[in-house]
Ligand binder design. Structure first.
Ligand code: AMP
Ligand code: MG
Length: 417
């Protein structure tokens, strides 16, 4: 330790909720862009989308059978023709007649009901039906599925497979969606090396940058790798500036603690404004959030995540991911919070809430959480298979199995823990 090294962080410790509020206050959706809607799954529409026509646009048969007039009762009918899906015809069904019709074919004028082929017999061009039909039977009316002017998609709601189908149905092939954020990621550390580089004793392979780039992709962002910067002000400053020049957001890994080579906080304090430099939260207390003003591009958010791999990813999940979702216009950027029963005893931190990694499952009619094992901030295996972060409030006593706590759902729920 050098004599100039600080013994206490100058940054006050803010509660998680306050940190999240500070982030949200500085994040606004990116501008919209027009894209092909047919492959827009995962994107977020920037406006409500309404149908400009009826579906179906003409009345159609919903079964294979005969189109006829209900008022003719069960009397015999002369079969005039056959209509199939996709083939238009100008036949008119007069009293005492019917046409053979296939599912999806337009119901000819004059007909007001369709009878299923199963309830009919046809011989020598004459149709008999076994029971009377009511008007409208098995006919899909104009606009029954989607009516002209009906809102089919809501701004801010992430598009899924059904939404792509709806857009295709109404012929809406281009839509405005929020732009996806470009996120630059910088690893720092004299000991940090590329995963495929030859390593010296004590060096650490850069897992954070690659894990963060994957987490960014999962969150709908486009990652930009800035490589690894040595622990010098010049190298880190140059990398941060290069990142900000090409991205909508910058994330750094490491260099935010109290060591003499932890340079990210002083650098960002010089380049912009640090909104918080410590969070009352485990793992990831030294996480920082700053904004840097770019004369052309406005306010750019910067997250300084801790170097320990678990701290890095958990801080990403709790602070960065919601911000990335907000940038994309997602109206529901937060992970769902649920209450779960503990399957194991959980040891809390004494001074701050801890976000412990768990597997959440449905068991015996309730949601349960199983710990992923040792929770130290360097043990990346504690995140493997986890689909939840258990929010463990600080207290002296352990939480016993059977107690319930809140948890963030970060992945698909399972059927057994
Ligand atoms: P730091 O926050 O820079 O003091 O780093 C804390 C710990 O995390 C140290 O043990 C580092 O070696 C480790 N670490 C830092 N950066 C990375 C990285 N990119 N990948 C994996 N581990 C890292
Ligand atoms: Mg470091």
């Amino acid at each position: 330790m050098t004599s100039e090294q600080r013994r206490e962080s100058p940054y006050p410790m803010v509660p998680v909720a306050e940190a999240q509020r500070l982030i949200t206050a500085h994040i606004a959706p990116l501008p919209a862009e027009i894209i092909s809607s047919l492959t827009a799954d995962g994107r977020v529409p920037a406006e409500d989308i309404c149908a400009t026509e009826n579906t179906p646009d003409v009345a159609k048969a919903m079964v294979d059978g005969y189109a006829l007039r209900a008022a003719d009762g069960i009397g015999e009918r002369r079969v005039l023709a056959e209509v199939t899906a996709g083939l238009a015809d100008d036949i008119r069904v007069e009293p005492g007649t019917a046409v053979r019709i296939m599912t999806g074919a337009p119901v000819p004028p004059g007909a007001d009901a369709v009878v299923m082929v199963e309830y009919t017999t046809e011989a020598a061009g004459m149709l008999r039906i076994k029971q009377p039909v009511s008007p409208g039977a098995h006919i899909q009316t104009v606009g029954q599925d989607i009516y002209e002017g009906q809102q089919i998609l809501t701004r801010g709601t992430v598009l899924g497979a059904a939404d792509i189908g709806l857009l295709a149905t109404v012929g809406r092939t281009r839509i405005p969606v929020y732009r996806q954020p470009r996120v630059a990621v910088l690893a720092t550390g004299d000991e940090v090396v590329e995963p495929d580089a030859p390593r010296r004793a004590g060096s650490v392979r850069d897992s954070n940058r690659y894990a963060l780039l994957a987490a960014i992709r999962e969150a709908g962002g486009e990652g930009i790798s800035l490589g690894i910067a040595r622990d010098t002000l010049e190298e880190q400053r140059a990398a941060i500036e290069a990142g900000l020049a090409q991205a909508d957001m910058l994330i750094t890994s490491g260099g935010v603690s109290m060591g003499t080579r932890d340079l990210i906080k002083p650098l960002l304090a010089a380049l912009g404004t640090i909104h918080f430099g410590r969070v009352a939260f485990k793992p990831g207390k030294p996480t920082l959030f700053a904004t840097v003003n770019d004369p052309e591009r406005g306010t750019l958010p910067v997250f300084g995540l801790p170097g320990f791999p678990v701290s890095s990813l958990v801080s990403f999940e709790v602070f960065v991911r919601p911000a990335l979702r907000r940038l994309q216009g997602d109206a529901h950027p937060e992970r769902p919070k649920i209450r779960v029963a503990l399957l194991d005893a959980i040891r809390p931190a004494r001074d701050r809430p801890e976000y412990q990694r768990v597997v959440i499952a449905w068991q015996d009619g309730r949601l349960v959480a199983r710990s992923t094992g040792a929770q130290s901030s360097n043990r990346l295996l504690s995140l493997r298979g986890a689909n939840g972060l258990l929010i463990v409030p600080p207290r002296e006593r352990v939480y016993a199995a059977g107690e319930t706590l809140e948890a963030l759902v970060t992945g698909a729920l399972r059927n057994e823990p």
